[in-house]
Design a protein around this ligand. Sequence first.
Ligand code: C5P
Length: 226
Amino acid sequence: MASVAALVPAAGMGLRLGENLPKAFVDLGGRTLLDWALDGLLASGALSHVVVVVPDRLVDRTRDICARVSGDLPIDVVVGGAERADSVRAGLRAAARADVILVHDAARCLTPPETVARVVDAVIAGSPAVVPVLPVVDTMKSVDADGVVTGTVDRASLRSVQTPQGFDADVLRRAHAAADHATDDAGLVERLGVPVTTVAGHPEAFKITTPMDLVLARAVLAARHP
Ligand code: C5P
């Protein structure tokens, strides 16, 4: 059976959220975003190992969180870096034996377990790189430096991309060894010329970035646990 590791980058400062602590440790309904994110990953039943990547000063606190949620699954806690890609690379070093690697932002803490399982299944079925996506609902315009519209992009060919993103482990390692800057891991894999396939994402896998997203997250939890 394939060994599946999930890397959870949770080392970002989350300045856009306006809270006084790193985003993954912000409170949502009495628990941290990281607690909720780990719950969703573990409930998928698709993982063999989890690596959580956090700021240096929060390693002990993270170990306590992991001890509360882990069940039988091994969870390692490692220290992240300045950029998200540095944090993912720190996670990769702790997942040396995995055949399949997921990278899942702690900030997408309400991602349903079914979405996690769907990504894992697609990688195990033979896709080297898999991203969960949603159709784009707004009309998309390109603009110049002055904000003047230069065109309307055909939104039928656009998707917004979520996590977890799933990879054949060797492909993800090669991608991170070869390149540095991309807003997601699949972007690095694309540069290798490796095909990236899509599966259905989920609206509840949205990324908590701004205070408005926290309002939405509380509403989602209230609907789940009336
Ligand atoms: O900042 P952004 O919302 O894009 O961060 C996405 C995810 O990457 C978050 O879960 C954040 O904690 C993580 N991250 C990280 N290390 C960094 C920057 C971001 O683990 N240096």
